[in-house]
Ligand binder design. Structure first.
Ligand code: PEP
Ligand code: MG
Length: 824
């Protein structure tokens, strides 16, 4: 639980405007040593992409996850503004609660805050009080947390339990991500936590739950897209809810540019400076007959077009996911949902079958379809909730995608010039934006749309400077007009002066230099200050991630979780399918090592089509290698694919969950039989060290393998006897517990005695403190999640091996995990 003291509260303040208020509340956090001044800029930047107004006169500004490095220690501060300040048009704020959150220590305060939120009198009192203790008591006193006022809603029939991963509970940032994702679905989505329920589409409602990291919640959904909603939300929660924003943020100059040319003013949507001619992007006209003679043919055509559109959307989803992450791609999953809406389809089909009064003719498929989606889009557009109204654009985007497939021809189809241009359009749909060729798109500017629109979000992840909402005037700028687009201020400068062009070019060069420096740092090897080298590689779970890993600075893949190939399908992947996936990765890695872990299912990773019997203790049951030894059909097929892929790059094989020597020997023997059969060269064999018996017998195992990779996630759960997914215990199952560290030490010693190397691929390897201690213990390869690569490398480059070793020795002597975490 976080302390809140008087120094973090400023009463009776006044603020000129919202940014002044954020400066002041941020300053309090800087002055109390919780964060560096740079985080204030990050808080400002956050306002561009999210609304931090909570309701009833309270706002909770906080920074972007990418800037967490500027947080020294989690803290909150409160600025009381008796006269208030306008946060957004029509929203006045009297209490500004600044948050600098490293993890979720402040979650109880947030939860308390949301409970005051519904109590107008309490908020008024806090907005006027002259005693800081009033604020402190309300926000920190656990008795202020009245959960009884929460309506207990009944559960829906469709539900899944999911554990909030990592350290981050459902505080503002992840909760916002969750709410935004939930809003992509039509279904009602609720979350149960203990005996409380919340509407997953309401930030306040979610924050009220006060869910901490490591806790399990029940996701429930009801509606047409309930299944998809549950799967998407579950995946997002498991991915940490912040995965997207942890991707490298767009590089900014951090200073405003000043130009003398008169601008067209819009809203900044994606930073960067573009210089070049503009091109007005207009949509082509889809031409089709309104009537057709045979309704059965039309119905078939419509159904086919819908199926093809779905396939296109799935491809687009995969493409955007690979480029920009699952969260940003989720919009295309939502688009597919529109097409799954039986009412929409039925409306069009009914229309097709209605005979037109004067003739034998019927409505054509395109005409009926256009009527059906347009009717719905216009209804959506009229809704008062801007988010729902915004769905009209999405519906039209999807509608047009199908219509295009049904049209006879497209008239006036815009021919994009093949020289780079700044695109101007009324609005860009997510499909338009995802289809932009970054090489030919210097930037874009739309007349309508807001900074949180999907096209703005996608532009940011593609690193294309962009402005939105510049008004209809922008549509009158003739094609070919030279312009400067400043994505940071949101201004477009047609016909810039020579001086402005020079300024813009210098800014571009500066940005390029910043980008280059950042890139270089992530590609620099992790060589410690005294020359000791550690290999930093990536944990991946999808074919496309191999390339992302390399781009993020990984020196290879230390753990490929092959389970991804087996999940979300109705039968196991064939040898050919697996081979394609593995070769995709060896190609992306282009000579860098790839450690393929053989199938590790069972435990918490269920694969329904394998019809595995339910087990009382699945983590102690037939999982990992045990399953493969039982189901040799699966094992041998996978090994065949791996050996063939090993012809295309440096592949190593690793067996999971080895507990006994017999298991390892059996697995290796089968692998060798398969290899002889395939007729390929030998590969290195390694094993995961995840079971305490493997550590105790490491001496023996080291004689049989080429390397060890320690899976601290499982090792911790087995040595502490705490289920890694347990709602209460998982938090204590800390991979930096001295018991785990002593096992790692023992493993390294055993491996060294036999000249073998040791890596770690569990979660602690990706924490800077964990990486340091593991390095100090003699681990020479750290396999970490993609977003952690640059930070782990940077940390290791900043220390000497002797320091890491001294820290590791101290850690080994610690008595508790907490003591280890307190080491500096
Ligand atoms: C581990 O157990 O630490 C590990 C890396 O494997 P997984 O998380 O896939 O079980
Ligand atoms: Mg494991």
């Amino acid at each position: 639980m976080l302390n809140l003291d008087k120094n973090s509260i400023k009463l009776g303040a006044t603020a000129k405007d919202k940014s002044d208020a954020i400066q002041q509340v941020g300053r309090l956090l800087v002055d109390t040593g919780h964060m560096k001044p740079e985080y204030i800029n990050s808080m400002m930047a956050r306002e561009q992409v999210a609304n931090t107004y909570l309701g009833n006169g309270i706002a909770i500004p906080h920074g972007l996850p990418i800037d967490r490095k500027f947080i020294v220690e989690t803290g909150i501060s409160v600025l009381q503004l008796p006269a208030g300040v306008e946060w957004n048009p029509g929203e006045r704020v009297h209490l500004v609660v600044g948050i600098a959150a490293k993890s979720d220590e402040h979650i109880e305060i947030l939860s308390n805050l949301t409970h005051v939120l519904g109590d107008e009198a309490a908020v008024q009192q806090l907005a006027r009080t002259t005693d800081p203790l009033d604020i402190i008591t309300t926000l920190t006193n656990p008795t202020a947390r009245v959960n009884d006022d929460m309506p207990v809603e009944p559960d829906f029939a469709k539900a899944i339990d999911v554990t909030i991963s990592g350290k981050a509970g459902l505080h503002a940032r992840p909760a916002t991500t969750l709410v935004n994702l939930a809003k992509e679905f039509q279904s009602e989505v609720r979350i149960r936590y203990g005996n409380q329920t919340a509407n997953a589409k309401s930030l306040v409602s979610l924050l009220k739950l006060g869910v901490e990291g490591g806790q399990t919640i029940r996701l429930m959904a009801q509606g047409v897209d309930a299944d998809r909603a549950l799967q998407t939300l579950k995946a997002a929660i498991e991915a940490g809810l912040e995965e997207e924003e942890d991707a490298p943020a767009a590089v900014t100059l951090g200073r405003a540019l000043s130009f003398e040319t008169k601008p067209i003013v819009g809203i900044a949507a994606s930073p960067g400076v573009a210089i070049g001619p503009v091109y007005q992007l207009r949509r082509g006209k889809l031409v089709f007959e309104a009537t057709a003679p045979d309704p059965a043919t039309e119905e078939r055509r419509l159904r086919q077009a819908i199926e093809s559109a779905k396939a296109q959307l799935q491809n687009l989803y995969e493409e955007v996911k690979a480029k920009a992450g699952a969260g940003k791609a989720a919009i295309f999953e939502a688009h597919q949902e529109f097409l799954n809406d039986p009412d929409l389809q039925q409306a069009a089909i009914d229309q097709i079958h209605q005979a037109l009064h004067h003739a034998q003719a019927h409505s054509s498929a395109p005409w009926a379809w256009q009527q059906a989606y347009e009717q719905r889009a216009s209804a959506l557009e009229k809704l008062p909730d801007p988010l729902l109204a915004g769905r009209a654009t999405d519906l039209r985007d999807v509608g047009r995608r199908v219509l295009r497939l049904l049209a006879t021809r497209v008239e006036d189809e815009p021919q994009l010039p093949n020289n780079p241009v700044i695109l101007i359009a009324e609005d860009l749909t997510p499909s338009d934006t995802a289809g932009l060729n970054p090489a030919l798109t210097l930037g874009f500017c739309t007349a309508y749309g807001g900074p949180t629109s999907h096209s703005a979000i996608i532009a940011r992840s593609l690193d294309i400077p962009a402005i939105v909402g510049a008004g209809p005037a922008v549509l009158n700028v003739p094609d070919g007009t030279d312009c400067i687009l400043d994505g940071e201020s949101g201004n477009l400068y047609p016909h810039p002066s020579e001086a402005d062009l020079a300024t813009a070019k210098t800014a571009q060069a500066d940005l390029q230099a910043v980008r280059q420096a950042e890139k270089l740092a992530c590609y620099q090897p992790a060589i410690l200050t005294d020359g000791h080298r550690v290999e930093v590689v990536a944990n991946i779970g999808a074919a496309a991630e191999a390339e992302q890993a390399v781009n993020a600075g990984a020196e290879g893949v230390g753990l490929l979780r092959t389970e991804f190939l087996f999940l979300n399908r109705s039968e196991p992947p064939t040898e050919a399918e697996q081979l394609v996936a593995y070769i995709h990765m060896t190609r992306s890695l282009n000579g860098l090592p790839l450690i393929i872990r053989t199938l590790d299912i069972g435990g918490d990773k269920a694969v329904p089509y394998l019809n595995l019997p339910a087990e009382e203790n699945p983590f102690l049951g037939v999982r990992g290698i045990r399953l493969c030894l039982q189901r040799q059909d699966l094992f041998r097929t996978q090994l065949r694919a791996i050996f063939q892929a090993a012809q295309t790059g440096p592949v190593k094989i690793m067996f999971p969950m080895i507990a006994t020597l017999e298991e390892l020997i059996a697995a290796r023997q089968i692998a060798e039989e398969v290899r002889a059969d395939v007729g390929t060269d030998r590969v290195d064999y390694g094993m995961m060290i995840e079971v305490p018996s493997a550590v105790l017998m490491a001496d023996e195992f080291a004689k049989e393998v080429d390397f060890f990779s320690i899976g601290t996630n499982d090792l911790t759960q087995y040595v502490l006897a705490m289920d890694r997914g347990h709602p209460v215990l998982a938090k204590q199952a800390d991979g930096l517990h001295p018991a785990v560290l002593r096992l790692i030490d023992q493993t390294v010693q055993a491996a060294k005695a036999h000249g073998k190397w040791v890596g770690v691929c569990g979660g602690v390897a990706g924490e800077p403190l964990g990486a340091t201690i593991l390095t100090g213990l003699g681990v020479t390869e750290l396999s970490v999640s993609i977003p952690s690569i640059a930070a782990v490398k940077a940390k290791l480059r900043s220390i000497a091996f002797s320091e890491a070793n001294a820290l590791a020795q101290r850690a080994l002597r610690c008595r508790t995990a907490q003591d280890v975490r307190a080491l500096r």
